[in-house]
Design a protein around this ligand. Structure first.
Ligand code: BGC
Length: 419
């Protein structure tokens, strides 16, 4: 998260030369794709760059959700030495743009007709001041429920479609001797579950008012209190060992059949795929309970830093071009669990979850229900997101904090962060 004051960084950068650690004909790329499925996906880009004769300097910073990666990026930028490209998403792209640190991709965007190629909702996020400064790699959906069918069967339950069914299924799974809901107690994972529960119980209009527009009446009102109470109930379905657990370890519990379900974005599918499992047979996916008519989108993108050398700039343009080419879009997204950022591709190689994701993306874009993920940096700026994460996690872990108090804290978090 970009938690430093803009002025501090601007001062540190004044007069700094725009040198990056990458050498000629090489790109240094910062990302946090380090789990089994993620690393397979990242490797696709490395290999494509190398096949074009460019070097790939891997700058992987472990940590789901990318908080650690953003801290490391901030310190590299502070020392006037940013990487050529970094996984930066959503409104945070605007924050880096405002600092004057991003280079433009207009040349390649014009040559490859990005304006026509990309859905407006995607293209918009990639531009700063009307210039393309980032390239989208995919569209992840966050509001998913994953399940192990053998565990559901042993518990005698079906894939739940409402929150009531979800809690009932959870109880049955526990009685059958399994962990109902695999989870890792990290702020971003708590927020991932929280936003799906807000959406599932209160609907996408409320979600939009509260977690995107930060309307104080929505944030502090009765619906938020109800959502917070539902969220706290999910804790009863988690196991004792959840504290600090990484998300992919939680996914592994579903894969191995020690846990029944997980609420997580479709990067979890990358883990099922890497384990050689087949969607609809070895594991199940469905919209998170109650969210069938909604889609929380999370678009990964690579933003380019302004660089001094022509060679490195050329390598950046090549990287951006490759990212939107069909070869990369297909191979990367098959491994990553997401769907392509461009909607014109043949999807026949993709599994049933990806097909559903694409259909739901298009349907919710037309009919309403397509909302940006707060937990994954698509909805609000980094300082607001950080303040909301604190409230969500503190409330989740505090047995004595009433939901009403958490809702009031949520209002203050959104206000405090705005100044
Ligand atoms: C990113 C995904 C990543 C996930 C887990 C999300 O915020 O968008 O690409 O797989 O975090 O690290």
């Amino acid at each position: 998260m970009l938690t430093f004051k803009k002025t501090t960084l601007a001062l540190a950068l004044a007069g700094a030369t725009l040198a990056t650690a990458a050498h000629a004909n090489e790109v240094e790329v910062l990302h946090w794709w380090t789990s089994g499925g993620e690393a397979r996906a990242a490797n696709v880009l490395k290999e494509l760059m190398e096949a074009e004769g460019y070097g790939w300097q891997d700058f992987a910073v472990a940590g789901g959700g990318g908080e650690t990666a953003m801290t490391v990026l901030k310190s590299r930028a502070m020392s006037g030495n940013p990487p050529s490209a970094a996984q930066i998403k959503g409104p945070e792209i605007q924050e880096w743009g405002e600092l004057g640190l991003l280079g433009d991709l207009n040349e390649v965007a014009d040559a490859e007709s990005w304006d026509e190629l990309l859905p407006e909702v995607v293209a918009d996020i990639m531009r700063y001041d009307d210039q393309y400064v980032a390239v989208p790699v995919n569209v992840h959906r966050v509001n998913w429920l994953w399940a192990n069918p053998a565990v559901l069967e042993a518990a005698g339950v079906e894939m739940p479609t409402t929150l009531d069914e979800f809690f009932a299924a959870g109880e049955a799974i526990r009685e059958a001797g399994y962990v109902p809901l695999a989870h890792g107690g990290q702020a971003w994972q708590d927020a991932t579950v929280f936003e799906s529960v807000v959406l599932g119980g209160q609907g996408s209009e409320f979600y939009q008012q509260a977690l995107v527009e930060l309307d104080p009446e929505a944030l502090g009102g009765e619906q938020m209190v109800a959502a917070l109470e539902d969220f706290k109930r999910t804790r009863e379905l988690m196991d004792e060992g959840m504290s600090g657990r990484d998300w992919n370890i939680a996914t592994a519990m579903v894969i191995e059949g020690t846990a029944g379900m997980q609420l997580m974005g479709d990067w979890a599918k990358g883990e099922f795929t890497a384990a050689g499992l087949t969607a609809g047979e070895d594991y199940l996916c469905a919209a998170a309970p109650g969210t069938e008519d909604a889609f929380t989108f999370n678009i990964d993108s690579l933003a380019m830093f302004r660089v001094a050398s022509d060679n490195e700039r050329e390598a950046q343009q090549v990287l951006a071009r490759l990212v939107l080419e069909p070869t990369f879009q297909e191979a990367f997204n098959l491994a990553k669990g997401s769907i392509p950022a461009r909607p014109d591709l043949d999807m026949s190689e993709f599994d049933s979850c990806a097909q559903q994701s694409l259909a739901d993306f298009q349907r919710t874009a037309e009919e309403g229900g397509l909302v940006p993920s707060m937990a994954h940096g698509m909805a609000v700026r980094a300082d607001v997101q950080g303040a909301i994460f604190d409230v969500v996690t503190n409330y989740f872990n505090d047995a004595n904090m009433p939901a009403e108090e958490a809702a009031q804290r949520m209002v203050r978090a959104a206000q405090a962060a705005a100044f």
